[in-house]
Design a protein around this ligand. Structure first.
Ligand SMILES: [Zn+2]
Ligand SMILES: [Zn+2]
Length: 235
C-alpha cells in the first residue's frame, strides 16, 4: 500500500471503508492537494487532437476542429492519418513538472499516477494493438526507460513495440513545414501483420501532433485500418 504522495511526500490518507477489511484497497498515488492540481481535460475539445476549444479564438475553429488539425486534414497525404487523439490532462505547471520528474529524473513509479485514467480511456477504445512511441537509442540510453512504455505498463496494458525511430527526437527546433516534409521518422520494427487492425499509439505529451502523425502514417501505410492515440497531456 502506497503511504506517501509520489509528488510531495505527504502521507496519504486512505478513506476507511468496511470492505477494505476484506478486499485490499487500491493504492492512492497522490495526496488530495496534488491530485487536485492535475486537471482533467473537460468541455468541448477539438474532435481530432483533444485541444480544449474554450481557450482558442473561435476564428481558429472550424466544425469542431482546431486550425492546426484543419491544416493537416487539408493535406491529402495526412488527412485522416491520425483519426483521434485523447489527452488526459491539461499541460499546466503541475502536470509539466510531474512529467518532467517522470521522464528526466527517471522516476519510473510516477507512471502509476496515470494508470487509472489510462484504463478508463481504454474502456472506450476499440484498439486491438497498443504501440508506444519509441525513443531513439541515444535517448533511451540517457533516460534508461521509455516513458510511453512505462505509462502503458503501469496501466497493465500489453504493448507491441512495432515502431523504431530512424531519426532523433529533436523536433522542436524545426518549423512546421520541415516537420511535415521531413523524411520518415519511424519504421516498422517487426513484420507483424497489422492489416485491418485498429492501433492505439501511446505517448506522454501531444504538442504539435507531428510525432504521432508520422507514427500513424507508417502504420497506415503498413495496412492498419485506423490509428488513434492516447497522450497524458495536451500542451
Ligand atoms: Zn502531494
Ligand atoms: Zn486539433
Amino acid at each position: 500500500m502506497n503511504e506517501f504522495c509520489l509528488y510531495c511526500r505527504q502521507p496519504i490518507r486512505y478513506p476507511f471503508f468496511w470492505r477494505t477489511l476484506v478486499f485490499p484497497q487500491q493504492d492512492i498515488w497522490l495526496c488530495d492537494a496534488c491530485r487536485g492540481k492535475l486537471k482533467r481535460i473537460s468541455g468541448p475539445v477539438c474532435k481530432i487532437c483533444c485541444r480544449p476549444l474554450a481557450k482558442l479564438d473561435p476564428a481558429f475553429i472550424r466544425e469542431g476542429i482546431c486550425q492546426d488539425c484543419a491544416r493537416w486534414e487539408e493535406d491529402a497525404a495526412w488527412s485522416g492519418v491520425l483519426e483521434k487523439n485523447t489527452s488526459l490532462y491539461e499541460y499546466n505547471d503541475f502536470c509539466k513538472d510531474v512529467l518532467a520528474q517522470f521522464k528526466f529524473r527517471g522516476d519510473y513509479i510516477l507512471s502509476s499516477i496515470f494508470a487509472d485514467d489510462i484504463q478508463k480511456v481504454l474502456e472506450h477504445s476499440d484498439a486491438e494493438l497498443i504501440v508506444p512511441i519509441p525513443l531513439s537509442p541515444e535517448r533511451l540510453s540517457e533516460r534508461l526507460f521509455n516513458q510511453s512504455e512505462a505509462l502503458a505498463e503501469a496501466a497493465g496494458l500489453q504493448t507491441v513495440p512495432l515502431l523504431k525511430r530512424t531519426h532523433s527526437e529533436k523536433q522542436s527546433k524545426k518549423t512546421r513545414d520541415e516537420r511535415i516534409h521531413q523524411e520518415q521518422v519511424f519504421q516498422i520494427e517487426e513484420h507483424q501483420p497489422i492489416q485491418g487492425v485498429s492501433v492505439l499509439l501511446i505517448d506522454d505529451i501531444y504538442t504539435t501532433g507531428s510525432t504521432l502523425r508520422h507514427a500513424a502514417k507508417v502504420l497506415k501505410t503498413a495496412g492498419a485500418a485506423k490509428v488513434t492515440s492516447l497522450t497524458i497531456a495536451r500542451s
